[in-house]
Write a protein that binds this ligand. Structure first.
Ligand SMILES: CCCCCCCC/C=C\CCCCCCCC(=O)OC[C@H](COP(=O)(O)O[C@@H]1[C@H](O)[C@H](OP(=O)(O)O)[C@@H](O)[C@H](O)[C@H]1O)OC(=O)CCCCCCC/C=C\CCCCCCCC
Ligand SMILES: Nc1ccn([C@@H]2O[C@H](COP(=O)(O)O)[C@@H](O)[C@H]2O)c(=O)n1
Ligand SMILES: [Mg+2]
Ligand SMILES: [Mg+2]
Length: 220
């Protein structure tokens, strides 16, 4: 949903910045790599210590690089297969660091095995959601479904909740309850999305196989 409705807005806002980077001689791949490095550092340096506010500030500064790199490639007229591969692969790395950092907190100072498990579920299900689409497309299917909770939703829900929960350390009482609520929402939403995508791939695969059999003159 965000991908559909918010992308146009962010494209307009980030295009001048992407153009500036290009004028400075920065490449889209460099933005992809530096952005992922920043997310990784922010998530792993702050989240395992329960520093949710500052961790989220650092991650937010870098996560938008994911919208800038593609924008730069398109402005250059050089959107490449390698760039698509690098972008998607490093998305998985960034997501692993964000949810991994949170899981480490709950396994340690956060003292909650249940929330540690929920966070690991968010990490794993998010990766599977993305894999279902990538694998479906790799076997030649259109995978015409995005589902309830795509990556943008997973990130926005988790990061907003993390950042706001982090205000607890600045004396805002009771606010830290937001993070567990967000993690349960992301976990449930990712499960639904996984099912939506698997069902779509199953239908599209059956249709494609049936069409292929018909083409060979061998229906049923
Ligand atoms: C006082 C409070 C302090 C709070 C501190 C700061 C809080 C800041 C909070 C949040 C900011 C969150 C920003 C998150 C932005 C995420 C943007 C992003 O990276 O989106 C990526 C997404 C997908 O890009 P790709 O096409 O490159 O990736 C594909 C995708 O990963 C597929 O995965 P799948 O969907 O299948 O799971 C893969 O399959 C595919 O391989 C891969 O290529 O880009 C978009 O979707 C574009 C839309 C982005 C929309 C961003 C919206 C940000 C909105 C709001 C920010 C709100 C901040 C409000 C703070 C309020 C605090 C009170
Ligand atoms: N280093 C890169 C990064 C991305 N691309 C291209 O952009 C597409 C992704 O666009 P986003 O707006 O989601 O970043 C990707 O599929 C590539 O075509 C690139 O070429 N090089
Ligand atoms: Mg990108
Ligand atoms: Mg990306």
């Amino acid at each position: 949903m965000l991908n559909k409705y918010a992308r146009a807005f962010f494209t307009r806002v980030l295009t001048p910045f992407a153009a500036l980077l290009l004028r400075l001689g920065v490449s889209p791949d460099a933005v992809t790599l530096v952005g992922t490095g920043g997310v990784l550092a922010g998530a792993l340096a702050f989240y395992p210590r329960g520093e949710f506010f500052w961790g989220t500030v650092v991650i937010t500064l870098f996560v938008f690089s994911d919208l800038v790199d593609g924008n730069m490639a398109r402005q250059l007229g050089r959107s490449s297969r390698w760039g698509a591969f690098l972008d998607s692969t490093l998305d998985r790395v960034a997501d692993a660091a964000i949810f991994g950092g949170l899981a480490l907190w709950y396994a340690g100072g956060g003292h909650s095995l249940v929330l540690c498990a929920v966070t690991i579920f968010c990490l794993a299900s998010g990766q599977i959601v993305s894999y279902t689409k990538a694998r479906g497309e790799a076997i030649g299917l259109p995978v015409n479904v995005n589902g309830l909770v795509e990556r943008a939703e997973r990130l926005v829900i988790s990061l907003v909740a993390c950042g706001v929960s982090g205000l607890h350390k600045f004396g805002v009482p009771g606010i830290q309850v937001l993070l567990p609520i967000a993690l349960w929402i992301v976990a449930a939403g990712s499960l639904v999305t996984m099912v939506q995508r698997v069902v779509t791939v199953r239908r599209e695969a059956a249709e494609a196989d049936a069409a292929a059999r018909e083409g060979e003159g061998n229906p049923a």
